[in-house]
Design a binder for this molecule. Sequence first.
Ligand code: BES
Ligand code: MG
Ligand code: ZN
Length: 484
Amino acid sequence: MKIRVTPTIPEGVKVSLVLDYEQKELPAYLTAEQKTELTEAEFSFKKGQSYSFIQKDENGRVDIIFAGLGEEEKFEPENLRKAVAKSIRSAAGFKPITAVALTRFPLFEARQLFGRIVAEAVILATYKYEKFLTKKKESNLTDVYIISEKNAELEKGIEEGIALGDATNFARELVNDPANVVTPTELAKRSVDAGKKYGFEVEVKDKDHIIENKMDAFWSVAKGATEEPKLIIMRYKGDPSSDKIFGLIGKGLTYDSGGYCIKTAGGMFTMKADMGGSAAVIGAMCAISQLKPKINITTIVAACENMISGDAYRTGDIIGSMAGKSIEVVNTDAEGRLTLVDAVHYAIEKEKVYGLLDIATLTGAQVVALGTVASGVVTNDELLLEALESASEISGEKIWPLPNFEEYKELLKSDFADLKNVGGREAGTITAGMFIEEFVQGLPWIHIDMAGLALSPKVKDYTPSGATGWGVRIITALVENLAL
Ligand code: BES
Ligand code: MG
Ligand code: ZN
């Protein structure tokens, strides 16, 4: 897909897209014919509204798509992203078609942001996962033109949007690919390839390194599987003058059967997506390496499967952790936090991060509390939360903070070990987050539980059905904020 800025509509482009804010009267730039058609359709550029029709002009036929951005005073970047995505998706269904021109739109003063959102929306909305289909669905859309005078900020924004869109689609591919394809070894290989492509450093450590470093919590989860675990370490050095490094940790369960606390068939079916957190941070590394914020980032993924075998861990097992804390395994399906705490400790001790974010498809309780709309957040640092909230406003990926009151800590106490891996049915997302907090040594930390966000059952705005790529853009925007 090519996205370009040109002052006039290139010859042969037969689909034009008109975006505007909601207005009492239809804008004056429309022709009488267009006004009649739109009035009949009760179209007034309301948020989420779109309408298209074929118009005959002196050059033949032109398809025109109109999309509404809603009231100008209530405008959010997400409205523009959705409007562009919706129109581009409907245009991609037109035949024959090769190009769409954005002919009318309110180009806001923040041109860079405008370009970023439009490009992001185009790339995100046209993603398809069809590598396993023998017969691919056809799409002839190859070019999108933004009709405007050349403008450096706009062009820069488009570049950013393409980077973010591509990185998100890369994460979607990782999540969509089933567990027999994306094993821990394959996840590591894709990270290495991405590092080569975008210029970040990747180191992959295997089983021996995990055992040598006493990552017993991670190893306990991993050891039941035939597929070997991998510890993936990625480094982006955007500020060589500083020795401060911020850490990103992503849950990388390439499959979660639940282990001996086995899931139901329905619950297990989607568990190829249990590496959605790692896809988010690996994708973010791809975007960050292109956007080049002035900051150092180290990303860690403890990748493994949670399986059943004679070697698998059991309930009641008391296991260790790299930090030296003992953990009583109450439920083998609460495996994510076990892999995460060793990754967190590794990031602090070996990679010397001063603060960190972790992101994980961690609890069914998050889905119960917030559904598929917003991720749950637990943090010990107000400033990180503010930075993440402002990142969320840019990216449109919603988050909601949950409290980490001391009283919840009681729930993680064990009679026989320093901690137990499950705090009971109550406040499941909070106790899972606070379990990880026990390992952050008081450093600034923020935790994102995206259990309900990794997959979408149906097409929605700029998200196809299947993997959403949730997290890539908000994490990248957070890192950009931290670099300021
Ligand atoms: N991977 C799951 C969480 C999950 C559930 C992700 C639904 C996406 C959709 C996690 O490993 C898990 O199984 N969590 C358990 C924890 C419980 C045993 C304390 C859960 O939430 O049921
Ligand atoms: Mg589980
Ligand atoms: Zn899991």
